[in-house]
Design a protein around this ligand. Sequence first.
Ligand SMILES: *[C@@H]1O[C@H](CO)[C@@H](O)[C@H](O)[C@H]1NC(C)=O
Ligand SMILES: *[C@@H]1O[C@H](CO)[C@@H](O)[C@H](O)[C@H]1NC(C)=O
Ligand SMILES: *[C@@H]1O[C@H](CO)[C@@H](O)[C@H](O)[C@H]1NC(C)=O
Length: 388
Amino acid sequence: MILKGISLSSLPSSFLSDAHRETVAETLMLMALCVTQVLALDFSNAKWIWTNENGGGVNKPPGSRAFRREYFPSPGKFALSANVLITTDNGYTLYLNGQQIGTGHNWPIAQTYCVPLSPFYNVFAVNATNDLTVPNPAGLLAAIEFKYTDGSVGKVVTDTTWRVTTNVPAGFQQIFFNDAAWPAATIQANYEGSNWGPISIPSSSASPPLSLTDANWIWTNEVNGGSAPIGTRAFRKTITLPAGQRATSATIYMAADDAFTLYVQGKIVGSGSYFQSNKYVVDILPHSRQVTIAAFTDNAGGPAGLIAVVDLTMEDRGCGSQVVSFVSDGSWKYNLGTPAGFQLGGYNDSAWPTAFVEGKYGMPPWGSIAIPANVSAPSGPIAGAPSA
Ligand SMILES: *[C@@H]1O[C@H](CO)[C@@H](O)[C@H](O)[C@H]1NC(C)=O
Ligand SMILES: *[C@@H]1O[C@H](CO)[C@@H](O)[C@H](O)[C@H]1NC(C)=O
Ligand SMILES: *[C@@H]1O[C@H](CO)[C@@H](O)[C@H](O)[C@H]1NC(C)=O
C-alpha cells in the first residue's frame, strides 16, 4: 500500500500510481481517443438468435447451446477493446479468446463488459442455456462495440454471422476450436418490437461521484439517546465490483468520533480523531475486483460515529476510466469488539450485523465538518489498533 502525500488536483488518482507512471502518456492518448468516441451502446439492429430447432419456431428444447462469433478488424486497423452488451433467455456464460468474461441469468436486464482485445483476431463464444423442462422461447441478444487504435469504432450484433451448435462441445470457447461445420444462427426476432420487449440497459457501471456530504454517520446498535458506550469497535465494508472490472486505486475520506484507524486490503492507511475528516489515496495492488475497507474505532464517551466516502478508480481498458463511489451506510458491518485479523480481506464477517445509521453528514453534534482538499499525512495506528 503506497500513500501519496501530494495534491491530486484534477488528475484521476490512478495516474499517481507508481505502476502506472510510465504509461501515463499512453493512457492519456487512449483517453483522448475514448473521449472523442463515446457512443451509447444499445441493441439497435441486434437480433434474438438461437438454433434452427423446432423448424425455426419460437419454442426451443431446454438445454445449453454453444455460439461463436469470430472477428477480424478491417485491414490496417488494430483492435483495442470491446464494450459488450449481452443478455440471454435464460442464461449465459460469455468467453473472449477462451477466457471467461462473465455470466448472467436474468434476461430482462442486460449486462455490459469492457474487455481488452487482441489486435488482429478475436473470438467471442457463449454457452447459452434455455431453462425449464419443456420447449419454450430461447434467445441470445448481444451488441459489441469495437474500438481501434486509430480511435475509430465498429459494431457487431447478434445475427446470422454467429454460428451455433445444439450441444456445448468441450473447448468450444477456445480461439482455434474448429466451428466450420456449425450452421449459422437462426433469427428468432428483431430486437425492436420482439415479444421479449425492451431490455434494460445499465447506463454504466460508473455512479455519479459522491462526496462526504452524501455519506451517513454510522455506529453500532448501542447508540442510545445520541450516546454510545466507551470502547473500541470494528467496522467493515467489502465492495465487489461487477465481473470484468478491477479497481486500481481508492480515494477515501473518513472521520470518526472519537478516533479511527483505516485499513484497505488489510493494510494500514492512516488514523484520525475528533471528527476531523482525513483524505487518503491508496493504490490497490494487485488491481482487484474486491476491495475491503476496515476501520478500528474508539469512542471516548458520549456521541460516537463513523463517516466515510470511498471512490474507486477502475482499470482503464479502453472503455473510458471510471470512478465508482460508495458511502458509509447501513450496508457496512460492525462488531462490538475488534477481533484479531478483522481488517484483513479474507476475514469472514458474514455473522456481523449491519451498521446503525444515525443520520446524514451535517447532523448534530458534528455539523458540516470540513472536507480536506489535500491528502492527509501518513499516521500510525491509534491505541490498540493493529499495525499491519
Ligand atoms: C454450459 O452451461 C451449462 C449451464 O450453466 C453448464 O451446465 C455446462 O457445463 C456448460 N458447458 C460447458 C462446456 O461449459
Ligand atoms: C463464514 O462464517 C459463517 C458463520 O459465521 C459460515 O456459515 C460460513 O460458512 C463462513 N464462510 C466461510 C467462507 O468460511
Ligand atoms: C494543499 O496543497 C497545495 C499544493 O501542494 C498547497 O499549496 C496548499 O497550501 C495545501 N493546503 C493545505 C490546507 O495544506
